[in-house]
Design a protein around this ligand. Structure first.
Ligand code: AR6
Length: 177
């Protein structure tokens, strides 16, 4: 599913982010940049050890911020690692920190002249963020960013399950009828 936001495209697809050919793919990392399961594990497995070598040099990334590394063997040019919040009850700045993770990733893409970016559904796996709520924050944040910044022409959400794809799709249809 595609929507036009000013000059840019916002796209939802079901798939595996490690095979995306956008300029950048975003990793849902942890604050130690230590690797792990989920999409983080998949990106490091597919991209090879050079990504972790750079993560070690960088040393860490606070929740809601983002850092950038090589993409190793992946087709994307760079990997942007961001850290979403661990969901507790929604009253511990989770919405603000999740929005910040998306914004920080897009700012970093812009700064590095990367025009197309693929995102996974940050925080909705191991970090437990309910996907209905997270999809609204994710999509609203990206739409707001694309409306107020020029330079990024394509943002793709690569959703790993049919269910997540369905939730993102109905949220997007509600936000941009
Ligand atoms: N492509 C796209 N999405 C994927 C892929 C893939 N190859 N694999 C999983 N997902 P998670 P989080 C989806 O747990 O909640 C890690 O251990 C997955 O189905 O990867 O932000 C880190 O090291 C889910 O919808 O990230 C951190 O410690 C989404 O990606 C912690 O997990 C996010 O799930 C981060 O937790």
């Amino acid at each position: 599913m595609d929507k036009k936001i000013d000059g840019a495209t916002l796209s939802l697809v079901r798939g595996d982010i490690t095979v995306e050919e956008t300029d950048a793919i975003v990793n849902a990392a942890n604050s130690r940049l230590a690797g792990g399961g989920g999409v983080d594990g998949a990106i490091h497995r597919a991209g090879g050890p050079s990504i972790m070598d750079e993560c070690r040099k960088i040393g860490g990334c606070p929740t809601g911020e983002a850092v950038i590394t090589t993409a190793g063997d992946l087709k994307a040019r760079r990997v942007i690692h961001t850290v979403g919040p661990v969901y507790r009850d929604g009253r511990h700045r989770e919405p603000e920190l999740l929005a910040s993770a998306y914004n920080a990733s897009l700012e970093l893409a812009l700064k590095n002249n990367l025009k197309s970016v693929s995102f996974p559904s940050i925080s909705t796996g191991a970090y437990g963020y309910p996907v209905e709520e997270a999809s609204e924050i994710a999509l609203n944040t990206v739409i707001g960013f694309l409306r107020s910044n020029k330079g990024i022409t394509l943002v793709r959400f690569v959703l790993f399950s049919d269910r997540d794809y369905g939730v993102y799709k109905s949220t997007l249809e509600r936000l941009l009828p």
